[in-house]
Ligand binder design. Structure first.
Ligand SMILES: C[S@@+](CC[C@H](N)C(=O)[O-])C[C@H]1O[C@@H](n2cnc3c(N)ncnc32)[C@H](O)[C@@H]1O
Length: 206
């Protein structure tokens, strides 16, 4: 249930790099919510997508809030994400140029650590989407990939309404390729491009 990997849904990450980063880069605080982050590979992939396109000064404005309800009796997501340590097998989906820029070898063979530029952007908080109480607001981007399928069908539209409520006007919502926008939310978001699971909070929407 908590399967994840770096650069999963690469077409969505490409679109985030091309569309969301330029739009968000002028914001004093660039806030991203990675909802259902598991062990953090997605949050670190997002951080790399932004870091590649922002100058070293602007990257300091990036705040990625990574949340998950983490049901395990032995919680580990927070430690994994704070440490930013991943094995070479987990890093195989990271393009070599990015891996050598953003991950350093550690004293443990085969284990690499994200550079502080990335680690400092990301904060973990335990959070259950089913509460419908958002952890924060004012996000430029909400990413919720491979998560809503685990939520009861009748809860999906209310969760997407919560995302709508915490996005800045014109902010973006990213899903995985299997997740469609619930019918009840089509007045809140418009698709960015046919077939791409990236949606924009409708401009002019209060
Ligand atoms: C398959 S993983 C997806 C991880 C990542 N988003 C990705 O696409 O690679 C699903 C994650 O959603 C989390 N999840 C499921 N239901 C949730 C809920 N109600 N609130 C928060 N997280 C939830 C699970 O704990 C799990 O870590």
């Amino acid at each position: 249930m908590a399967y994840t990997s770096f650069f999963r849904d690469a077409d969505v990450l490409d679109a985030i790099g091309a569309l969301v980063v330029p739009w968000a880069s002028a914001q004093r605080e660039i806030k991203v919510w990675d909802a259902g982050c598991a062990t953090g590979e997605e949050a670190y992939s997002l951080a790399m997508v932004f870091a590649e396109r922002l100058d070293p000064f602007t990257i300091r404005n990036l705040r990625i809030l990574a949340t998950d309800r983490e049901e395990s009796a032995f919680p580990q997501f927070e430690d994994r994400i704070n440490q930013g340590r991943y094995r070479s097998l987990e890093l195989m989906w990271v393009p070599e140029a990015l891996r050598s820029t953003y991950f350093q070898a550690t004293e443990e063979p085969g284990v690499f650590e994200a550079v502080s530029t990335l680690r400092d952007c990301i904060r973990y908080q335990r959070h259950d989407l089913l509460t419908l109480v958002p952890p924060e607001e004012g996000f430029a981007l909400v990413v919720c990939k491979n998560v809503l399928m685990h939520c009861p069908l009748e809860m999906q539209a209310p969760i997407v309404s919560m995302f709508h409520g915490v996005l800045r006007p014109g902010g973006y919502l990213a899903f995985d390729g299997f997740q469609s926008l619930p019918e009840a939310n089509t007045g809140q978001f418009e698709p960015v491009e046919p077939g791409l699971p990236l949606f924009r909070r409708r401009v002019g929407d209060p």
